[in-house]
Design a protein around this ligand. Structure first.
Ligand code: NAD
Ligand code: MG
Length: 396
């Protein structure tokens, strides 16, 4: 780690997930540079305990109180502290660390990630839903605490790598690339009957279930659009989406002189995670080397807003602002869970999201920007109740 002699103290929120495991893979190969402070998971106590023992973590937290006995049992005699409940996960984020990977999925990650932000050190952000449901509040806390925020999402990590933060006035626009997801070549008719198994089988990336369904509906690109808006501070009309099926160009920055800078790589999350882990140095990552000659070609096309209404819905949510992006995110989480549970169909997801956004915009008692955590959480709860009613109505 350059001139640093002490080990970097790291915490991983969401260590049992896809991003969490990839982060651990890199840390395990470079144990001399890292010391693990805390790990957290939702309910997989055995996996979490095994990770904590292997990495010599000091603290392990499960969100589900029902998993406490199992965690405590698996960690007995190790000296590793076990805790459970949402408060314990927040504590994992608050334990002193130099670097935190925020890789919980969904708005459930907001409070633990904010706890890490408030340490004023470095937060590697994978949990994009934090920025969608509480963008203004989150970025204000980052600035107030002097926290270094490093984007893990491959598109935002790519932009970060080619974004001249000292000459923002020279930046014309951001181009977010999208694989198009599992259903990029299906007709609307064909999309009517797709199954959860088909939706989670992403053509290029191996990821958690929720983000895989989001990729298939293109809500993922929509959430990333809002994520980019908050991270880089460009107006929404200067953020473009471009379908690029091979996922080799991870995103681009276009400058006013006509230059377009891109970051390329194999579709393996260990590249952006390694970038964040070693920042500002670089570390070796065991990813397949990019072989452009073998690939032969890179393809591009404009996104299809008719087959993927999520793209229009998300722009609309950002445009309306206030409670609407928070409601949209919550409704999408509920709708995706209902689809994975086979309660609603794939094409019902945008229907539930849009109807919830409209209803919450009309009925919410909270106006203007959401500037406190309590209001964000209240809107998130209201929207979940509303979205659940809508999924139940569709399921009947
Ligand atoms: P995942 O489902 O594989 O893992 C999610 C993690 O969050 C698990 O450790 C789980 O135990 C934990 N978790 C879930 N619910 C929780 C709760 N209520 N409280 C506390 N912890 C909880 O998801 P993932 O694919 O690793 O994605 C994590 C985040 O990173 C998401 O926001 C996703 O959009 C983002 N992301 C993922 C990828 C990817 O390649 N997987 C790429 C870019 C961004
Ligand atoms: Mg992404």
């Amino acid at each position: 780690m350059g001139t640093e002699t002490a080990k970097r103290r790291v915490t991983i929120l969401g260590s049992t997930g896809s991003i969490g495991k990839n982060t651990i893979d890199l840390i395990s190969r470079n144990r001399e540079h890292y010391e693990v402070v805390a790990l957290s998971a939702n309910s997989r106590a055995r996996t979490l305990a095994a990770q904590a023992i292997d990495l010599g973590a000091k603290f392990a937290a499960v969100a589900d109180p029902g998993a406490y006995a199992e965690l405590k049992d698996a960690l007995s005699g190790t000296g590793i502290e076990a805790a459970a409940g949402p408060e314990a996960v927040i504590e994992a984020g608050a334990r002193e660390a130099d670097w935190t990977m925020a890789a919980i999925v969904g708005a459930a990650g907001l409070e633990p990630t904010l706890a890490a932000v408030r340490q004023g050190r470095t937060v590697a952000l994978a949990n994009k839903e934090c920025l969608v449901c509480a963008g203004e509040l989150f970025m204000k806390e980052v600035a107030r605490c002097g926290t270094r925020l490093l984007p893990v999402d491959s598109e935002h990590n790519a932009i970060f790598q080619v974004f001249d933060a000292e000459r923002v006035q020279a930046i014309d626009r951001l181009i977010l690339t999208a694989s198009g997801g599992a259903f990029r070549d299906l007709s609307l008719e064909q999309m009517k009957s797709v199954t959860p198994e088909q939706a989670v089988a992403h053509p290029n990336w191996s990821m958690g279930a929720k983000i895989s369904v989001d990729s298939a509906s293109m809500f993922n690109k929509g959430l990333e659009f809002i994520e980019a808006y908050h991270l880089f501070g460009l107006p929404a009309d200067r953020i473009e989406i471009l379908v690029h099926p091979q996922s080799v160009i991870h995103s681009m920055v276009a400058y006013i002189d006509g230059s377009v800078l891109a970051q390329l790589g194999s579709p393996d999350m260990r590249t952006p995670i390694a970038f964040c882990l070693a920042y500002p140095e670089r570390m070796a990552a065991p990813v397949p080397r990019l072989d452009l000659a073998q690939l032969g070609r890179l393809d591009f096309r404009a996104p299809d807003a008719e087959r993927f209404p999520a793209l229009r819905i998300v722009r609309e949510a950002l445009h309306q602002g206030g409670v609407v992006p928070t409601a949209m995110n919550a409704a999408n989480e509920v709708a995706v869970a209902a689809f994975l549970n086979r309660e609603i169909r794939f094409l019902d997801i945008p229907v539930v999201v849009e109807a919830t956004m409209g209803e919450i915009a009309r009925t919410s008692t909270t106006g203007g920007t959401l500037d406190s955590l309590d209001t964000v959480l209240a809107v998130d709860r209201e929207a979940r109740v509303c979205a659940r009613e809508k999924t139940h109505a569709l399921a009947e």
